[in-house]
Write a protein of this length. Structure first.
Length: 116
C-alpha cells in the first residue's frame, strides 16, 4: 500500500544513484518539489515507483531498461507538509489541547547610551 497519490506534492530527499549506474539528464534534485503524475509498481524492482510532471524520462532510458514506464523509487521522496497539515496532525495526536499560534515577540529596541 502506498501513501502517495497522483497530484501530490513531494520533495526529493535522496538523489544518489546506485553504484555502477548513472542518471541520463533526468536527475531529481534534493530539496526540489515535484508533482506526482503516476504511482505504480516498478517492473524491474517491484517497488513503488513515481513519475513526475516536472521530469520526463527519456525514451532512450526506457528502451535501455526494456520498459514502457521507468519511475523513481518512492523512498527517494517525502510528502510536502504545509503548516496547516502540520497543525492538523498535531491536533489529531493531542486531542483536547488548544492549538495556539506562536506569540508575536516584540522586536527589541536598541538602547543607546548618552554620556555627558
Amino acid at each position: 500500500m502506498s501513501n502517495f497519490w497522483v497530484g501530490q506534492k513531494v520533495v526529493c530527499v535522496n538523489s544518489t544513484n546506485t553504484p555502477g549506474k548513472s542518471w541520463y539528464g533526468d536527475v531529481p534534485v534534493v530539496g526540489k518539489t515535484y508533482t506526482i503524475a503516476d504511482v505504480f509498481l516498478g517492473p524491474i524492482t517491484g517497488t513503488i515507483s513515481l513519475l513526475f510532471e516536472e521530469i520526463k524520462r527519456s525514451e532512450w532510458e526506457r528502451e535501455s531498461f526494456g520498459v514502457d514506464k521507468l519511475g523513481y523509487h518512492a523512498w527517494r521522496f517525502r510528502p510536502v507538509i504545509t503548516p496547516e497539515q502540520d497543525i492538523a496532525l498535531f491536533s489529531a495526536l493531542c486531542p483536547g489541547l488548544p492549538v495556539v499560534p506562536p506569540a508575536v515577540v516584540p522586536k527589541r529596541q536598541s538602547v543607546t547610551s548618552h554620556s555627558d
